[in-house]
Design a protein around this ligand. Structure first.
Ligand code: SAM
Length: 191
């Protein structure tokens, strides 16, 4: 099942909100460059591509929307990045399909407002190897933002922390995204 309010606007408009490379440097900075990375809900691949520019491991991009998956596949091919693996997948209904403990980093960006956040976080926890990292980014609700899900379902950093803890993550830290995407907050956690 597609998460509520998880559709995407036009790509250029979406991209205008982020300094993508800076976000990835903040989020993946302590992830080994050889490690595998998974992005749950990759959309246009805004962050998948930046992660793949940094990391030489397999970068798995999962999305339920065929158009998004096709876009990421085309970009990976055009940019000669065979280590990007874009796959059509409903990870809410069917899990990620990834083997347990195979990933060094999992990214969940702009998606934790979906109906079952803890189940998704548990799936991220399952596929991460011991010591692997999770990064979460989402629209802030303490300032006006030009986009983002309804405030009634938009999680705060505190709410995300509680869900991440419930899913088994520890060492949860808020990261500073003020210069790379000021409408967002970011959290990093360890498996
Ligand atoms: C708001 S977009 C964020 C895209 C990307 N993470 C980013 O920040 O640029 C959320 C994405 O999650 C995907 N999505 C929603 N529910 C999903 C599900 N159950 N399984 C796989 N993908 C899903 C949507 O199709 C959409 O592309």
């Amino acid at each position: 099942m597609k998460g509520r309010e998880s559709g995407m606007p036009q790509e250029a408009y979406w991209a205008s909100f982020f300094n993508t490379e800076a976000v990835i440097e903040t989020m993946l900075g302590s992830t080994a460059e050889s490690g595998n990375v998974v992005e749950f809900g990759c959309g246009y691949g805004t962050f998948t591509l930046a992660a793949a520019r940094r990391n030489r491991g397999i970068v798995t991009a999962l999305d339920i929307d065929p158009e998004m998956v096709a876009t990421v596949k085309q970009k990976a091919q055009a940019l000669a990045m065979p280590h990007i693996r874009a796959e059509l997948r409903d990870f809410v209904g069917h899990g990620s399909g990834l083997s347990t403990g195979t990933q060094q980093h999992a990214m969940i960006f702009n998606l934790l407002h979906l109906e079952q956040p803890v189940a998704l976080l548990q799936e991220a926890h399952r596929v991460l190897q011991a010591g692997g990292e999770l990064s979460v980014m989402h629209w802030r609700s303490d300032i006006p933002t030009p986009r983002g899900p309804s405030l009634s379902i938009r999680p705060t950093p505190a709410q995300c922390r509680a869900w991440m803890t419930e899913a088994g993550f520890h060492s949860i830290e808020e990261v500073d995204l003020q210069t790379s995407c000021p409408f967002h907050f970011g959290l990093l956690a360890k498996r």
